[in-house]
Write a protein that binds this ligand. Structure first.
Ligand SMILES: [Zn+2]
Length: 196
């Protein structure tokens, strides 16, 4: 059931507008999902579509204004421009994953990776994370699953899980860097609002 659902949503869905910092939904603690219905499936499908379109490798529900404990990830897909400078891309090798109500059962080691975030446009910074994790979560049907993750998948899960706790990337930086980027993002947003 889950696999079939995952097969079918890759490149169809509705592209949802992505909230950018300092939108208040990004600093809220998201709520547990208790109902596993068609509406939830549609939301996950649209989140994946939005993520592939952005493009990004992960997207959490608060980033599209839904304060629920859900995120989607694909760290494996390929994105190739069909022709040089055409601006058209062909996506392949999909490996979509959906995590609902995730909790960490184990966090081991340390790693640093230059991260970006669709809600913090233009910022790419080294962030310290656990190297490997064991995460327990519900799938889209509400079934409890466990996954061991390391490498980019582990980093991505930790980044997206932060969004569910109202934490954004700059909260993981030094005080000085945080205030620098915070000002920069607020200024960029003000300027953008003048562009009618
Ligand atoms: Zn993010």
């Amino acid at each position: 059931m889950t696999e079939k659902f995952l097969e079918n949503y890759k490149l169809e869905g509705e592209s949802l507008p992505i909230k950018t910092y300092p939108d208040p939904v990004l600093t809220k603690v998201a709520e547990e999902v208790t109902v596993f219905d068609q509406e939830l499936q549609t939301l996950c499908k649209n989140m994946l579509y939005t993520m592939y379109k952005a493009p990004g490798i992960g997207l959490a529900a608060p980033q599209i204004g839904v304060s629920k404990r859900i995120f989607v990830i694909d760290v494996d897909y390929e994105r190739d421009e069909t022709e040089e400078d055409s601006g058209e891309y062909l996506l392949s090798e999909f490996n979509p994953r959906i995590f609902i109500n995730p909790t960490f059962k184990e966090k081991v080691g340390e790693t640093t990776y230059q991260e970006g975030c669709l809600s913090l446009p233009g910022i790419y910074e080294d962030i310290k994370r656990f190297e490997s994790i064991v995460v327990e979560y519900n799938d889209v049907n509400g079934e409890l699953k466990t996954m061991d993750a390391d490498g980019l998948l582990s980093i991505c899960i930790q980044h997206e899980n932060d969004h569910l706790d109202g934490i954004v990337m700059i909260d993981r930086m030094s005080k000085l860097k945080k205030s620098f980027f915070k000002k920069k993002l607020i200024k960029a947003k003000k300027e953008a609002s003048h562009n009618l």
